[in-house]
Design a protein around this ligand. Structure first.
Ligand code: CP
Length: 327
């Protein structure tokens, strides 16, 4: 990209819109349609103008001089790496905090840990924790520092839902009026909760689908349709978001065998053939091939699973930039 054009792009991102007031991104609950659209619009701009560029043009130093700490208490491939890349693409210093080798093992609390790290001149924490509410707890204990939720227990995973919605919007040009089915382990899914909040606010129809042991009828109170039969909903769904069975969060196994689950709920070629011609298949990852999705569908032409990961960097750039540069 010529230098003159690059300056124009950089200038356009210099000022965060006055409609964005949030210091933290703790969940999609309570975000307005305008705020969600703003996040998606800027993510799309970062994707188009920075992530598709080459070499040094892939950096835009909007957060130069800022320091971001990745505070991950749970394993992660996509979220951690993409938050790191997003911060670095924006020119920030990114520090990877490793809970296992920290003084947490000596009894220090998460709040004391965060306060001590903030005292070193840190501007933002990106937090993943298996305890719902951990990012909110830290946000409430710190002054003048942004906190972004990278997934807290079964509560929320806001940037995952944003990248899912960005992927849907890229394919269909809209969210409103689409029917999106979340299939699988709804009970333990923070991705489902954030998706429902974001998709409903932007006007989508949402179906949650899975075995009754993983999809309680009370989900209808969130304004979604509940279905226990994937086969019954195939022809009327625009987007299938296939969620992983989270064995690590289950106290008792909710179905007799993985084979039986896959027989009833895996998206496979036979089921895909009964879907709409333009159906979009997405999954937050990690995917378990042969459980919620067969390899041919995961790697097939309807799947945008790898594209979602690229969108993850763009969404996290937008979230970091908006929260750290708000007026
Ligand atoms: N989708 C998601 O959160 O993946 P990771 O656990 O690898 O970050």
């Amino acid at each position: 990209m010529p230098v003159s054009e690059r300056n124009t792009v950089s200038e356009r991102f210099q000022e965060v819109p006055s409609r964005w007031k949030r210091q933290h991104l703790l969940g999609l609950e309570g975000l307005s349609a305008e705020e969600l659209t703003l996040l998606l619009d800027y993510a799309q701009s970062f994707r188009d103008e920075i992530l598709t560029a080459e070499g040094t043009n892939r950096k835009i130093p909007l957060l130069g001089g800022k320091a971001i700490v990745n505070l991950f208490f749970e394993n992660s491939t996509r979220t951690r790496t993409s938050f790191s890349l997003a911060g670095r693409r924006l020119g920030a210093d990114v520090i990877e905090f490793s809970a296992g080798t920290s003084s947490l093992s000596k009894g220090e609390t998460i709040i004391d840990t965060a306060r001590n790290i903030q005292a070193m001149g840190v501007d933002a924490f990106v937090i993943r924790h298996n305890c719902p509410g951990a990012p909110q707890l830290v946000a409430g204990a710190l002054d003048g520092c942004s906190v972004l939720n990278a997934g807290d227990g079964t509560h929320e995973h806001p940037t995952q839902a944003l990248l899912d919605m960005l992927t849907i919007r890229q394919r269909f040009g809209r969210i409103e009026g689409l029917t999106v089915a979340l299939v699988g382990d709804i009970a333990h899914s923070r991705v489902a909760r954030s998706n429902i909040r974001g998709l409903k606010t932007l006007g989508a129809n949402v179906i949650v689908c899975g075995p009754s042991t993983l999809v309680a009828s009370q989900w209808e109170e969130l304004g979604v349709e509940v279905s226990y039969s994937l086969d019954a909903i195939l022809p009327r769904v625009n987007v299938f978001n296939l969620l992983r069975i989270q064995f690590e969060r289950q106290v008792v196994r909710p179905f007799p065998s993985i084979r039986e689950y896959a027989y009833l709920y895996a998206m496979n070629a036979r089921r895909l053939a009964r879907c709409r011609d333009d159906v979009l298949i997405i999954a937050p990852g990690p995917i378990n091939r042969g459980v919620e999705i067969t390899p041919d569908v995961a790697d097939g032409s309807h799947s945008a699973i790898i594209d979602q990961v690229t969108n993850g960097v763009a969404v996290r750039m937008a979230a970091l930039w908006l929260c750290l540069s708000r007026r």
